[in-house]
Design a protein around this ligand. Structure first.
Ligand code: FES
Length: 144
């Protein structure tokens, strides 16, 4: 195949537009890859003490203009956007059972672990946020 490769190189160097494409590709591939940009720009917010929330309870918080619902279910903490993906109702008064949060308006149930809804009213998942308990016992939420 050397003849073919040489012919290909001659074509590349005799046609400026092809060389432009080759140059752009080289630039593209030589650009250093950023290590998980989402993680690099994430901000950790310290919230209230975790013990303030009992099982099957929730509390709304406002962070960086986002309305977020912090929930506790089966001893674990979850954070989801506080607006239903069906008709944007606030989920604050929604009932929590077995790791599912029900929308108070029409009853769609969202899995707190994934944000995925059950039923036919909406197929759009709630946005979820990483949340954990700090060494001091406060909830810490990551926003990116
Ligand atoms: S607004 Fe939530 S189910 Fe309709």
């Amino acid at each position: 195949m050397p003849g073919f490769i040489e012919a290909w190189h001659i074509l590349l160097h005799s046609n400026n537009s092809v060389i432009d494409v080759e140059t752009k590709m080289l630039l593209l591939y030589s650009k250093p890859l950023k290590k998980n940009e989402a993680t690099m720009t994430a901000t950790t917010h310290t919230l209230f003490p975790a013990q303030e929330l009992a099982d099957n309870e929730s509390k709304a918080v406002s962070l960086e203009g986002k309305n977020i619902l912090v929930c506790r279910a089966n001893g674990e903490y979850y954070a989801v956007e506080n607006n239903c993906t069906h008709q944007r109702a606030e989920l604050t008064e929604g009932r929590i059972r077995n790791c599912f949060l029900s929308c108070p308006l029409h009853g769609v149930r969202f899995d707190l672990r994934t944000g995925i809804p059950k039923g036919e009213l909406t197929k759009v998942a709630l946005k979820t946020y990483p949340i954990s308990v700090s060494e001091t016992g406060h909830l810490e939420l990551e926003l990116s």
